[in-house]
Ligand binder design. Structure first.
Ligand SMILES: *Cc1c(COP(=O)(O)O)cnc(C)c1O
Length: 215
């Protein structure tokens, strides 16, 4: 599975985040041996433990909702945080990055799904954050793009519209020239909808069950 998927993604210049939440270290090492280095986790504690026990050249991404009081545990090593959904969280990440004498790459999570259980910012809130004075002060974070989760619905046209909304927001921010060319990541698409997401402009997919199976 991995080899087929990675070939398909490489052809389209799409990066794979292998979502390893709840998966044991040996399952992660299996993909590591095949060359995978970017893994996604949604819980801080689990991410810290895996970072400590697994090879240090793994790039860990946090993809799940992140509480401010837990940022300090991942700040020393995290490669990317996909789930930034407030200026308060962003400020906290900045301050913890500063303490660790580093910069942390972040994506802003946009709420695109019609289901209201999903976290994330609406388009207007994203613009408000990146145009705020508070945001200008944050020198130890980099916003590299946007992340979103589509609805789990059988009607593909709904998911497609959601992905288009994220892509449009991304393009709009790009045109504002607030960021340099490092603003380039569109993180959307999971096991069930990554093909749709790529067709709508995704360049980073977060795939778990398809890779690991649902053990
Ligand atoms: C679990 C998860 C994924 C991966 O989902 P699969 O359906 O297993 O591919 C992607 N993104 C987020 C935010 C997740 O929590």
């Amino acid at each position: 599975m991995y080899e087929t998927l990675i070939k398909e993604l490489e052809k389209k210049d799409v990066q794979l985040v292998a979502v390893s939440k709840t998966k044991p270290p040996d399952a992660i090492m299996e993909l590591y041996q095949k060359g995978q280095r970017v893994f996604g986790e949604n819980r801080v504690q689990e991410c810290v433990e895996k970072h400590e026990s697994l090879p240090k050249d793994i790039e860990w991404h946090i993809i799940g909702h992140l509480q401010k009081n837990k940022v300090k545990y991942i700040a020393p090593f995290i490669s990317m945080i996909h789930s930034v959904d407030s200026i308060e969280l962003l400020t906290k990440i900045n301050n913890e990055a500063l303490k660790n004498n580093r910069s942390i790459d972040c994506l802003l999570q946009m709420k695109i799904a019609v289901e209201d259980s999903k976290f994330g910012l609406d388009g207007a809130s994203i613009l408000k954050i990146i145009q705020s004075d508070a945001f200008q002060q944050l020198k130890n974070i980099r916003i590299l793009g946007l992340m979103g989760m589509g609805s789990f619905v059988s009607d593909e046209s709904i998911t497609i519209k959601e992905f288009q909304a994220l892509k449009n927001q991304f393009d709009r921010i790009k045109e504002m020239k607030i960021f340099d060319e490092s603003f380039k990541i569109i993180s959307m698409g999971m096991s069930g909808d990554y093909k749709l997401a790529i067709a709508e402009g995704s360049n980073m997919v977060r795939i778990g069950s398809l890779l690991f199976g649902s053990r």
